[in-house]
Design a protein around this ligand. Structure first.
Ligand code: NDP
Length: 397
């Protein structure tokens, strides 16, 4: 899954960046990249912290197919599981750590990047400890459960002169990148309205959902877990930052799932260009990770728009819906980790910065503040601007 760096290549102009990539060209590029893949020992070593659903189902498999990243260690509270996962992945016994002896990674040169895949309330502490150990950090979304923790993570990265990346996989996913580029090219006219729906049914009997339904551990239930994709998408689709938000919602007081987190939230962002974005999230509606962008002359419907695979895009132009398309099969997690590996090696610019994660944290707080005031408008123009547009630097192929 080759990723080129337009900004570093310099000469790739906007028209080249926006040209559709044919399947043939992609296959050719992939073959070329496979041939050029570095030997395993040259790959950047990742320690995966927390062996839950995402680590076992996506991240460790992603590291197997990554071009520049490899699994170097695992960190877990369950030694038996950790030893099994290590053995299955060809790691030696001394590449297994627990949370108590985690700080020993400082002395382990096999590890360059620590990937934090823990419940949200544990991100800050383990990120800061990794920086103290001299490692770079890739941290799952949402980056933390409080703005203060997010700021402390950014400060720790600066103090240790290490890289902090937030795992916004959609910044590296071909369909999302294609939509961003189409919008930047303006062929459908100006984007006027974005709609995002991100949610599902949560199951309190599933330990992986139990902490998501817990206010302090998740930092906001469905909004922190799924809604954050819509908050982030509205911003990367429109390539601007909201200046105001208002939100309201509904939480059934009789539903035992929602004792400490809100359920259904619907919000609106106002952007400086005049565009608006509607977002919704819930842990009590049918699964959806979809978005739609309505422009002056057409619509882009991405449904699904943010799944791990099988995303599908329908373009409606001149009143005609074109046949839906799907991006070539790709491993978003491998693409994201390859990008981090290249950032660490100085071969790619950082895209999904800690500040990007902090911006989402602040916007989610503004949504919750508005919700608490029954839809009052909350100003959000505190001056944040994204440093690097994924549409410009991350290649589709
Ligand atoms: P899980 O609950 O499945 O796994 C979390 C793991 O963290 C556990 O298996 C456990 O691993 C470890 N852990 C340590 N302490 C605790 C604790 N007190 N309670 C629960 N787990 C603990 O969660 P996910 O893997 O689904 O999510 C992990 C992170 O990844 C979250 O931040 C989530 O938002 C993010 N995520 C991102 C996705 C994406 O598409 N980018 C998709 C899904 C999740 P061990 O037994 O090894 O100690």
């Amino acid at each position: 899954m080759p990723i080129s760096r337009r900004s570093l290549l310099g000469a790739a102009g906007a028209s080249a960046a926006l040209a559709p990539v044919t399947a043939q060209a992609q296959a050719k590029a992939q073959t070329k990249a496979k041939a050029a893949a570095p030997a395993s020992s040259d790959k950047v070593g990742f320690a995966v912290v927390g062996l839950g659903k995402l680590s076992l189902g996506q991240i460790i498999p992603g590291l197997k197919v990554a071009r520049n990243a490899r699994l170097a260690a695992v960190v877990s509270g369950h030694p038996d599981k950790a030893r099994r996962v290590a053995a299955e992945n060809g790691l030696p016994a001394d590449a297994v750590y627990g949370y108590d002896d985690y700080d020993r990674i400082a002395k382990d040169p096999r590890i360059q990047v620590v990937y934090i895949v823990l419940p949200n309330s544990m991100h800050a502490d383990h990120t800061i400890r990794a920086f103290k150990a001299g490692k770079h950090v890739l941290c799952e979304k949402p980056m933390a459960t409080t703005i203060a923790d997010a700021e402390a993570m950014i400060a720790a990265a600066k103090a240790s002169d290490r890289q902090l990346m937030i795992a916004y996989r959609c910044h590296y996913e071909p369909q999302n990148l294609g939509v961003m580029r189409r919008l930047r090219a303006g062929t459908l006219g100006k984007p006027r309205l974005v709609n995002t729906t991100m949610g599902r049914q949560a199951d309190p009997a599933d330990p992986s959902d139990a902490w998501r339904l817990d206010g302090p551990m998740s930092g906001g239930g469905a909004l922190a877990d799924m809604g954050v994709y819509g908050v982030n998408a509205a911003r990367y689709l429109l390539n601007e930052e909201p200046v105001a938000v208002r939100a309201w919602g509904h939480t059934d007081p009789a539903d035992p799932r929602f004792r400490t987190t809100p359920d259904l939230i619907d919000w609106q962002f106002r952007f400086p260009s005049g565009a608006l974005a509607n977002g919704s999230t819930s842990f009590n509606y049918a699964p959806t990770m979809a978005f739609e962008v309505i422009c002056e002359k057409g619509r882009l419907i991405a449904d699904p728009g943010a799944f791990y695979g099988g995303n599908r895009l329908t373009v409606v132009q001149g009143g005609q819906a074109q046949p839906p398309t799907s991006p070539p099969e790709n491993d978003q997690f491998a693409r994201e980790m390859d990008w981090m590996a290249d950032v660490v090696r100085g071969k790619a610019p950082m895209v999904s910065t800690g500040e990007e994660g902090l911006q989402d944290m602040r916007l989610m707080k503004a949504i919750l503040d508005s919700l608490a005031q029954d839809g009052a408008t909350v100003k959000t123009d505190w001056g944040y601007r994204r440093a690097v547009d994924p549409a410009v630097v991350v290649d589709v192929a």
